[in-house]
Write a protein that binds this ligand. Sequence first.
Ligand code: PMP
Length: 424
Amino acid sequence: MSESRRLYEEAQRVLVGGVNSPVRAAIKPYPFFVREGKGPYLFTVDGNRLIDYVLGYGPLILGHAPEPVTRRVMDYVSRGWLYGVPTEIEVLLAKKIADHFPSIRRIRFVNSGGEAVSTAIRLARGYTKRKKILKFEGCYHGAVDYVLVKAGSAAAHFGVPLSAGVPEDVAKLTLVARYNDLDSVERVMRSEGNDVAAIIVEPIMANYGVIPPKDGFLRGLREIADRYGALLILDEVVTGYRIGLGGAQRYYGVSADITTLGKIIGGGFPVGAVGARDEIMDLLSPRGPVFNAGTFNGHPISMVAGLATIEVLETTNAYENAINTSRRLAEGFNDIFSRLDIDHVVNWAPTMLQVFFTKGEVVDHETASKSNTKLYLRLHEELLKRGVFIAPSQFEAMFTSSSHTNGIIEETLRQVEDSAKALR
Ligand code: PMP
């Protein structure tokens, strides 16, 4: 029996489904357990080396255990790591983020993207004194009741719970529109706009595969939100520092009222952040009436790792590498599946991509849902056998890091070619 299998059997006795986050159980017949990560590689307890395109689901833009981040964390940890009072490192990271995001003047650090989103929604409601929010079908914003909602029947805009345990009364406060479709937003806002506190969107959808915004979509949301007096929350938990300094806001030239961040700003340690202009942020406790608190908020190790990561991104060609390799990988996928005559679409954004087995374009949850998800899972399995780890779900993204060299991409593409042949 492999060591991973043995550990998984043991894990299932004490952890729900043997895991602590559901996607991890999607690796069949059982998830591999990791011993170590270094650069672009994971090393499993079974002695396998895998080229990693999951990268902790996004945070590890420099790869595993990059030397400058490791060093700073190791140095810091000897001073203790939790004080219950402020540290300079929180101030430094907040200043850095405010430098890169003009829409962010003040920040609150929390512990996860989901917490950031739940705080952002509470803030938007506190600021506008309105109850409803508008989200997009297929966008994921964390394990938070208000956003664990999908579209109701075609006639209604009201959301219905995506999860047991989310009351319908809660889901009803969430309206759902179609990504990349401003008309669908306009329709909802025409009837409900005066009750909408915020429109929340992933500027690049990264939780339904990768789906970039069409030209003008984000600017259109900005305009509609303004017209109805709602706030625009850009959920940059994935895109913040992934597609560049300044995130999707800088890349697409659209400004958020409230931004949520996570993942990369903690360098792979737990983190989330909410940022906005003073007028909004000053509503938060201790300044204002909107509550937020957390034992681990602004955790020094997360702050140190985040700051070290961002400094590398600012001062080296890390982005250039990660962007070029993501582009080469996307081209390679396209070439291979075209040559083998397998229907496919590759969606790309800087340092992230996903392949869908379908015809036509993938622009929203509906077109993404038409893709052959079984074939994607088989690709994942074939690649895993050949030492390449892509997410075990069509509805995740592939990420590259600055540690993925051209040579590693070419090696990956050879394995993709062999895997694709095995799919036919
Ligand atoms: N927002 C987005 C866009 C995300 O992709 C995620 C998680 N992948 C979250 C929020 C939630 O973040 P966390 O898992 O850190 O709670």
